[in-house]
Design a protein around this ligand. Sequence first.
Ligand code: SAM
Length: 422
Amino acid sequence: MATRTEPASATIIDPMTQTVLSETRQQPGIYQRVQTSWRSFVTLKDLTPEQVDSFMKSYVIYDLDWKDEKQMVEVLGPNYQQEVGKCLSDYYGVLNHLCAIGELEKMYVPPIMDPKFGILGNQLLYEKLIADELQLPPNAKVLDIGCGRGRVAAHMTNMTGAKVSGLNIDKDQVASAIAYNEVMNYDNTFVRRDMNDQPWPFQDEEFDAFYQIQAFSLCKDLPATCKELYRVLKPGARLSLLDWVSLDAYNPHDAHHRDLMREVKPIIGAVGTPTPQSMVDALEGAGFRMVKHYQPSHDGIQAPLLEGAKTYFYTARWVMHNLVYWKILPAHLGALFDRLNQGAESFIEADRSKLITTCYHWVAEKPAGGDGVPGKSGSPDSSSSEVLGVSGASSISEGKGVDTPPSSDELVDADYAKKSSS
Ligand SMILES: C[S@@+](CC[C@H](N)C(=O)[O-])C[C@H]1O[C@@H](n2cnc3c(N)ncnc32)[C@H](O)[C@@H]1O
């Protein structure tokens, strides 16, 4: 067991606005950030030609969709689930390093909770919203599927004292999650596993709550996965989900819409194409009761954050190409950044047109007292769920009863995190 050290306090400055966001010890300081970026840069530089090739080839899955099984079998063969799993490992094994070079170490673009902040600041605000919505009991055990590098889990523990179990298909991210949470002295656990290999290695009714951030489009079978979630959650447990969806304005008969979708799926790494309602159906079909679902982002779009990320990654690409040109870096770095940037314009256009969003949000709960039976029509009536801002309007600014995110003042308060657990 590695010796645990208590890291020094860190001040978080929002990179876009230069505002102090947080002085808690659970977020990286500038030194740690530079160290992480440097480590990822070295990993990318040292990739073998086979790893680069596998990463490039893995994009084949984003031309497919879980709902078209015939095409899956034609392209990937009868063991397509395993093949998709292999592609996901190859893809995320490289992508997490490409993202960690910038401010996307937590690999998701959050809803704009507060337009004053950039990606990191809004991630912190969104994670605070999850912590509030889950209504955790003391010493809660929480499950995170598709847990990235365990940074969200660490933040959750810092805010609530909960013990988080994370599951991820990519061994590099699992290793990073274990190392980081160990250094932070958090008793969180992480396991390498394809979420589509079910049942998961957890007991019945093991967890008090569940959250996932932008991972469920990688579920082969959403209804089956919701039933598996139902199994591992205690009665009364809450779930908080954030994921990409296609919205009502998307018209599959419109050629331009279809072109945009073809470009967007690879850049957001989506295999499935859920809608707000398909997730509701899967949750309710499993026996969960919807609490609410809505698009939480300011003005119903994420474009300002996406444009910031695009500028960053375009610049990084330009720098890489120059260093490759002068033979300071190997050629594959230019190719990786080319691939990473492909589709950025389409993503922004589709978001601005509200054809899609990567930040639709659902909150549900497993009924206490066993009144919801998985997969039975006795599950609670959908009329009890609150649908907020499905059209993409910001439900926060309209004050439609959504849990209020913390103000920036609260975020600066080093102790804000503890408040939600008391
Ligand atoms: C777009 S990222 C979402 C951000 C992530 N929740 C975080 O905290 O950084 C998707 C995550 O799901 C993981 N993932 C993708 N497919 C998976 C699968 N089939 N099973 C388990 N994890 C998976 C990826 O490795 C990645 O960490």
